[in-house]
Design a protein around this ligand. Structure first.
Ligand code: CTP
Ligand code: MG
Length: 399
């Protein structure tokens, strides 16, 4: 029978050594965030009873999205991390209410390559030891260096092991060790803290070197290669087009904005429609449905259905994004053109790109919005309405 365990994943770090716009655990690697890869790897291990995710409250937009995708029945709770890894683990332990003998695994979010056999070996090691960690044999010749990176004395690799996570403890013992420890000491793993506080050795279990910690940009590139290698990818494109007329029934005096691509752009005329008439988002949804081979917006949200009356079109886009996820697709880029004489779109382009990225859970760099007039020609030129074109490119992965 599989041994039962509880899991703390520390994901409150800033990833300073990678120096990206967002912390490394939220960077997208082969179509999913690094943290999602780590969670997915654990979700296939049978003994997992509960999960505590330790995060930085400033990363709310990122971790909430990841939690929404956690479809397993295993209970998940959030704890807020601290300035150091040690403090983050401490806070995670504080949120758990477990029995002293329950097993807790502590794991870095930045290690997506865990191996089931290694985890089982680690859990078995805890039967006869107070604590245990995965570790790998150093195979390179080692030298200590001076500050100038000049080689100094040789260090025999015979007795050198690199420590990984997960690390395993009984809840009562690791909680006691953390409570005894000065929070400002900055241990970079829990076995060193545990050995010092409890005055005992921990067992090191030899594990796969695959389980490396993603620490630098080079590691990201390596992880991308590994995670992409057994997946067949296809690029699809789709296009969408939509038109809405201005609503002559609404008195201009009452109108101050028009809804375009998810934001309210200052204007004195509204567009007519069953929903909020967001012509830009409708075109974008149709482009996504097209790329997925999933029909069109009218099929998913028939105008005859009163439930969609005055609906915020962001909901339609969220639906299209859910369909993408269901089919293992991710957005490569989207390009939207609004066709109108007025309002002028350029001052709002950036805000629109950010809003669409927010709804879609992607980077704003993947979204481009532009506008054109028709030089006074046709219905757009006569200011009778607004048209929008959208084209998207998506990548569908087949495992
Ligand atoms: N971690 C944490 N709280 C901290 C610091 C680190 O929860 N205050 C987590 C990280 O999110 C990561 C793990 O501990 O999953 C291992 O830490 P490390 O690889 O050092 O990540 P960062 O501290 O984010 O990276 P860096 O040291 O480059 O800033
Ligand atoms: Mg760190």
């Amino acid at each position: 029978m599989d041994k039962e365990f509880h899991l703390i994943i520390v994901a409150a770090g800033k990833g300073t050594r990678i120096d990206a716009d967002i912390p490394k655990q939220y960077l997208e690697i082969a179509g999913k965030s690094l943290l999602t890869h780590t969670l997915d790897a654990f979700s296939t291990i049978n003994g997992l009873k509960s999960l505590c995710l330790v995060v930085n409250p400033n990363d709310k937009v990122h971790y909430e999205r990841i939690m929404m995708d956690w479809s397993k029945d295993i209970p998940i709770q959030i704890a807020f991390g601290g300035r150091t890894r040690q403090q983050s683990v401490h806070n995670g332990l504080d949120t758990l209410s477990l029995r002293d003998k329950d097993i807790v695994l502590i794991h870095d979010s930045a290690r997506p390559f865990i191996d089931k056999r290694d985890i089982n070996a680690l859990l078995n090691a805890l039967e006869h030891n107070e604590g245990a960690s995965l570790a790998y044999k150093i195979t390179d010749t080692c030298r200590r260096v001076s500050e100038l990176d000049m080689a100094q004395e040789a260090v025999s690799r015979e007795n050198l092991l690199g420590l990984q996570t997960p690390q395993a403890f009984h809840f009562g013992a690791i909680k006691k060790a953390h409570n005894l420890c000065d929070l400002n000491k900055e241990y970079t793993d829990d076995t060193a803290l545990f050995s010092d506080m409890m005055n005992c050795d921990v067992k090191l279990v030899e594990a796969s070197r695959h389980n490396f910690k993603i620490t630098t940009k080079e590691d990201i590139a390596m992880a991308e290669k590994i995670l992409s290698s057994n997946v067949l990818r296809e690029t699809h494109i789709g296009m969408g087009y939509d038109v809405h007329a201005f609503d002559d029934d609404v008195s201009n005096a009452d109108v101050t904005t028009v809804r375009l691509c998810g934001i309210d752009v200052p204007h004195d005329r509204k567009l007519k429609g069953h929903s909020d008439a967001d012509v830009g988002l409708h075109a974008l949804c149709d482009a996504i449905y097209g790329a997925l081979g999933a029909g069109d917006i009218g099929q998913h949200f028939p105008p005859s259905n009163m439930a969609y009356k005055d609906m915020d079109s962001a909901k339609f886009l969220e639906h299209a994004v859910t369909l993408m996820k269901d089919r293992n697709a991710r957005l490569i880029n989207a390009d939207i053109t609004l066709i109108c004489e007025k309002p002028k779109i350029t001052p709002y382009k950036e805000q629109i790109q950010l809003r669409i990225a927010e709804i879609m859970g992607t980077l704003s760099a993947r979204i481009n919005v532009k506008a054109t007039t028709t030089e006074g020609l046709g219905f757009a030129g006569r200011k009778e309405g607004i048209a929008a074109n959208a084209i998207v490119s998506i990548e569908i992965s087949h495992d």
